[in-house]
Design a protein. Structure first.
Length: 158
């Protein structure tokens, strides 16, 4: 456990806190991290890095902070993939997609075209659910992280 904390501190916390000493405003850092966390959980694998770069450039957010937060979300992105797909299925009143270890052989047995169609539909359903959740999640994370980074900035100035 102590080793895990050390890795998190060295690879996530310390680099983010060093941005405060380089002049990044705590509020902007909080927004950058909030966006990175939420976009890091987009249910389309491989999209989060590119999407974070585009958002950082478009909204003039800190690219380093967004990418650190986004990269840290890799495990949760995988964990949230199926819940987002299921939520999208529910929102669209569609039958649940066949996405499980038990369904994979049947999915492949249906042919490559069928597998691509099922996976494409699943990604679209998951993306719809994520798009509905993302704005509120960014707002809430931003509000929660701003005072944290403000306190950290004050502590670093002492």
């Amino acid at each position: 456990m102590a080793q895990c904390r050390a890795v998190i501190r060295r690879r996530i916390a310390d680099p983010l806190l060093s941005l405060l000493t380089q002049g990044v405003a705590p509020e902007r850092l909080a927004l950058s991290v909030a966006v990175g966390i939420v976009v890091g959980n987009v249910p389309i694998l491989g999209l989060s890095t590119v999407l974070c770069v585009a958002i950082a450039l478009l909204f003039e957010l800190n690219l380093v902070a967004i990418q650190i937060a986004q990269a840290a979300m890799a495990p949760t992105q995988l964990l949230l993939l199926i819940p987002f797909v299921r939520l999208g299925d529910w929102l669209l009143r569609a039958p649940p997609q066949a996405l499980s270890l038990h369904a994979d052989p049947a999915l492949i047995a249906g042919g490559v075209g069928h597998a691509i169609a099922v996976l494409w539909r699943a990604m679209l359903h998951g993306a719809l659910a994520w798009l509905l959740v993302a704005p509120e999640a960014i707002f809430l994370l931003h509000k929660a992280l701003t005072p944290v980074f403000e306190r950290a900035a004050a502590a670093l100035r002492r």
